[in-house]
Design a protein around this ligand. Structure first.
Ligand SMILES: *Cc1c(COP(=O)(O)O)cnc(C)c1O
Length: 352
C-alpha cells in the first residue's frame, strides 16, 4: 500500500498553493510576490528565547489595535494572513457540510484552505469589470458560512462598493461571516472597511505585515473583528502562534517610527506604480492595463508568454496568470524599486 493512500482523500486530491517561492525562477528582480523592494533593520533581544512566547503578545496587540483604531480585544495575531484564512474556515465551517464563497479571479489560498479542511467552495465570478457581483453573492448564501472578499483584489486590483457591502452584511447577519481581505489596504487606507467592525458582528477584516510593512519573512498577520468572533478563533488557533522574534520585530514595525517608514514606502511605491501604469499603457505589446490600487499591476499582453520570457531573459521574475480563467495573457507585476521597474520596462520594450 502506497503511503499516499493513508492520507485523507481531500489531501490526496489537493494541488498545493503555487506560491511565488515554490514556483521559483532565476533572476535578480523579484516582482512575483508583491513583496516590498526594501528592508529595514530591527533590534532583537534574546533574553527570553528559552521561554514559550505570550499567546498574544500584549505590546504587539496594543500596537496593532492603535494602528487599526480598534480595541485590543478586537485584534488577533496569526502566522501571516494565510493562517487567519484557515482559522476562519476551521472555526466556522462544518467539514463536509458548510461552504465558503469566493469571487474568482481572486487570491488562491481561500480555496486551498477550504479544500484542506474538507469544506466545499461556492464560486460567484466577478463581473465583467472584475467588481464583486454583490447581488449574486447575496443570492448564493444558502449553506455558506464564510464569504471571502479581497480588496484590493489580488490580482485585479478592484475595491468594494461600500453600500453593496453594507447590504450584504445586513443580509448575512447571524448567517455568514463576511471576510474582507485587506492585505494591501495600506496602499489605499481611506478605503478600509475596518471602521464597520463596531456595527457588524459578522464582519472580519484580515491584514498582514507582508506587503506594505516589508516583513513577508516574519509571517505576521492580523484578524480584526468584534471580540465575540476573536474569542471563537482563539479556541482554534495553536497555543503559541506568535514567535517571540516575530513579536519583537512586528512591534518595532508598528512603532511611530516604523509606521512613518511604512507610509514613506507606500507613497514612493504608489508614485512608482502610477509611472509604471503609464509606461505600460504606452507599450504596443500591452493590450490592457487594469486599474491598480495595491503594490501590483495586472496587465494583459498580446502574447504573455513572449512578455514573460523577455522578462525572464533579463532576470526579472513576474507572476504569470495566463492559465487562469478570464486572465488569458495576463501577467501581474509587483511594484518594485524605480531601477527594477526601469529594467522591466526595458525588457518589455524589446518586444515593441
Ligand atoms: C499576500 C496575501 C495574503 C497573505 O499574507 P501573509 O500574511 O503573508 O500570509 C493574504 N491575502 C492576500 C490577498 C494576499 O495577497
Amino acid at each position: 500500500m502506497a503511503i499516499e493512500s493513508l492520507a485523507r482523500k481531500d489531501v490526496q486530491a489537493l494541488t498545493p498553493y503555487q506560491s511565488a517561492r515554490r514556483i521559483g525562477g532565476t533572476g535578480e528582480v523579484w516582482i512575483n510576490a508583491n513583496e516590498a523592494p526594501d528592508c529595514s533593520e530591527y533590534q532583537l533581544n534574546c533574553d527570553r528565547l528559552n521561554r514559550y512566547p505570550e499567546f498574544q503578545p500584549p505590546e504587539l496587540i496594543q500596537a496593532y489595535a492603535a494602528y487599526a483604531q480598534l480595541d485590543v480585544n478586537q485584534v488577533l495575531s496569526t502566522r501571516g494572513a494565510d493562517e487567519s484564512i484557515e482559522l476562519l474556515i476551521r472555526t466556522f465551517c462544518e467539514p463536509g457540510q458548510d461552504s465558503i464563497l469566493i469571487c474568482p479571479p481572486t487570491y488562491g489560498m481561500y480555496s486551498v484552505s477550504a479544500e484542506t479542511c474538507g469544506v466545499a467552495i461556492k464560486q460567484v465570478p466577478l463581473l465583467d469589470n472584475f467588481d464583486v457581483d454583490f447581488e449574486a453573492v447575496g443570492n448564493a448564501l444558502e449553506g455558506v458560512k464564510v464569504v471571502f472578499l479581497c480588496a484590493p483584489n489580488n490580482p485585479t486590483g478592484n475595491m468594494l462598493d461600500r453600500e453593496a457591502l453594507l447590504a450584504l452584511l445586513e443580509k448575512s447577519a447571524n448567517k455568514a461571516i463576511i471576510v474582507v481581505d485587506e492585505a494591501y489596504i495600506e496602499f489605499c487606507p481611506e478605503l478600509s472597511q475596518a471602521s464597520l467592525i463596531a456595527q457588524y458582528e459578522n464582519l472580519v477584516v484580515t491584514r498582514t505585515l507582508s506587503k506594505a510593512f516589508a516583513l513577508a519573512a516574519i509571517r505576521c498577520g492580523f484578524t480584526l473583528a468584534q471580540s465575540s468572533v476573536i474569542e471563537m478563533m482563539k479556541k482554534v488557533i495553536p497555543p503559541y502562534p506568535v514567535p517571540e522574534p516575530v513579536s519583537q520585530i512586528a512591534t518595532q514595525a508598528l512603532s511611530e517610527q516604523g509606521l512613518a517608514v511604512m507610509k514613506e514606502r507606500v507613497s514612493t511605491l504608489n508614485a512608482t506604480r502610477e509611472q509604471l501604469l503609464h509606461a505600460l499603457s504606452q507599450l504596443s505589446c500591452v493590450v490592457e492595463v487594469f486599474p491598480a490600487t495595491g503594490n501590483f499591476v495586472l496587465a494583459r499582453f498580446k502574447d504573455s508568454k513572449q512578455a514573460f520570457d523577455a522578462m525572464a531573459a533579463a532576470g526579472i521574475i513576474a507572476r504569470d496568470f495566463a492559465n487562469k480563467p478570464r486572465l488569458e495573457n495576463c501577467v501581474r507585476l509587483s511594484v518594485g524599486s524605480s531601477a527594477e521597474m526601469d529594467a522591466t520596462l526595458t525588457a518589455l520594450q524589446s518586444l515593441n
